[in-house]
Design a protein. Structure first.
Length: 462
């Protein structure tokens, strides 16, 4: 079968593009202006209006809501957060445990809001299964599992090869770790439902309205300027396109494929009856889900970064990346060697220099932002949005400090990425090192992590 390449994502091919909303008609005012109509921006608008219905909240989106990572991701709603170990070093173990508990609760929060708002996002809470396929991966998996337990996740389970196969029959899997704090979902159904819920609350959304500059109390667009006491930047992987933000967060590329629907016999040979999201312990890791319509959607890093922090236009990805992802699919499930790849696409995610997600409100300027999720944004965006709500309410005198405003990722400062060509060379070298390490570990018998990967992690700040 022929593969559809691009067209934003498979999720949009299923759902269709949303009906266009009107662009900004001219200069305007608001109490809060949110730049970016993805998960972060829409969740933030939702929680602000729920907490204070009198607020005039405006969302400005360059294309349409969910055009970026929110409409292209792997549909993993799970409790991972970028930077937790770093926050433990900076603020103490207990502070990081509080952050992890907040993320565990966030999975439930998203599920509950979808139920309350009638958002059918194909949610299934089957947890997350992460597998090991070599001695080195198994050693990392055991370390990862122990670390999660140390941060308070008492309901996580460790499996051997036989127990892993009883859940999902991944060829060569020697062990796995499972957490119940995860769910599969359809990314576009979530973002469309969330946008509708936000508008029903009275939030104004202007699409086809790119913001070219953010400054205190101003969001500047080609159609006019929105003036507001609070301007919140929720642009994640597209942040580099804003004036003065080229080196703030690196737009890392991630690519995906979706197979044609599998037959009942093929699913019988694989298992996967629990609909867990599936990942591995490779350095250049993969992620996958069993979709509601019986496909496997699988992703990983293709060409990791475009020179000058450039982003794609429509999700089109390179043929070699499609083939590399197909090879992962067949390596995991050899019985699917003849299955067609129906769709392939790419998107960008935001990566800070220290790989730590952050939420910030500068009380002297009214400028706020959230992001740098490093690929764990489906759930983290919700926690970030509730934290931004609390920060705005605290600053405006509507409420006092909360448990969320005291979390260690609030107002964390990150240094900028190196200028080009150092930025491009660094990322390319890092992922070449990871792929080489994965190849050597796959054929080796050592339980030790490949030293080249260890060095690459240290030099990258990862």
């Amino acid at each position: 079968m022929s593969t559809i390449n691009g067209g934003i994502s498979f999720w949009y091919a299923q759902e269709g593009a949303p009906a266009p909303r009107e662009p900004l008609p001219g200069d305007a005012t608001a109490d809060v202006c949110i730049v970016g109509g993805g998960y972060t921006g829409l969740w933030t608008a939702y929680y602000l209006k729920k907490a204070a219905p009198f607020l005039n909240v405006t969302v400005l989106e360059a294309k349409f809501c969910g055009y970026g990572a929110s409409g292209r991701n792997g549909g993993w709603l799970y409790n991972g957060i970028a930077g937790r170990d770093r926050y433990a070093q900076l603020h103490g173990h207990d502070a990081a445990v509080r952050l992890q508990h907040a993320m565990n609760d966030t999975v439930t929060e998203v599920v509950d809001v979808c139920a309350a708002e009638g958002i059918d996002a194909d949610l299934h809470r089957g947890g997350v299964l992460e597998v090991a396929l070599s001695p080195a991966q198994l050693a990392r998996l055991k370390g990862f599992h122990a670390g999660e337990l140390a941060f308070g996740e008492k309901d996580r389970e460790m499996y051997g090869a036989r127990e892993t196969a009883e859940r999902i029959r991944v060829a060569g899997a020697v062990g796995s770790s499972w957490t119940p704090h995860g769910a599969r979902l359809h990314p576009v159904k979530l973002v469309k439902g969330l946008a509708d819920a936000v508008e029903a609350l009275g939030v104004t959304i202007h699409e086809s309205t790119p913001v070219t500059e953010i400054r205190p109390k101003h969001a500047v667009t080609p159609y006019g300027t929105v003036r507001a006491p609070y301007v919140l930047r929720c642009t994640e992987g597209f942040t580099a396109s804003l004036a003065g933000q080229r080196r703030t967060w690196l737009p890392m590329n991630s690519s995906m494929i979706a197979t044609e629907p599998l037959t009942d016999a093929q699913w019988e040979s694989i298992g996967w009856d629990g609909l867990e999201t599936l990942g591995d312990m490779a350095h250049a890791y993969m992620y996958a889900q069993r979709t509601a319509d019986g496909r496997i959607a699988l992703g990983g890093r293709g060409v990791p970064y475009r020179f000058g922090s450039k982003t794609d236009n429509d999700g089109r990805t390179q043929p070699q990346t499609i083939e590399a992802l197909r090879e992962i699919l067949v390596r995991f499930f050899p019985q699917l060697a003849g299955v067609g790849v129906a769709h392939a696409w790419s998107g960008v995610l935001g990566v800070p220099r220290d790989w730590c997600a952050t939420v910030t409100l500068d009380r002297s300027t009214g400028l706020g932002w959230a992001g740098g999720y490093v690929g764990s944004g489906v759930a983290t965006t919700n926690l970030a949005a509730r934290t931004l709500r609390d920060l705005v309410q605290q600053d405006s005198g509507q409420a006092g400090p909360t448990e969320l405003t005291a979390l260690p990722w609030v107002n964390h400062k990150v240094r900028k990425w190196e200028p080009e060509p150092l930025r491009w060379l660094g990322v390319q070298t890092m992922y070449a090192a990871f792929r080489g390490a994965d190849r050597r570990e796959a054929v080796g018998h050592s339980a030790a992590t490949d030293p080249v990967a260890t060095l690459a992690n240290r030099l990258s700040g990862r």
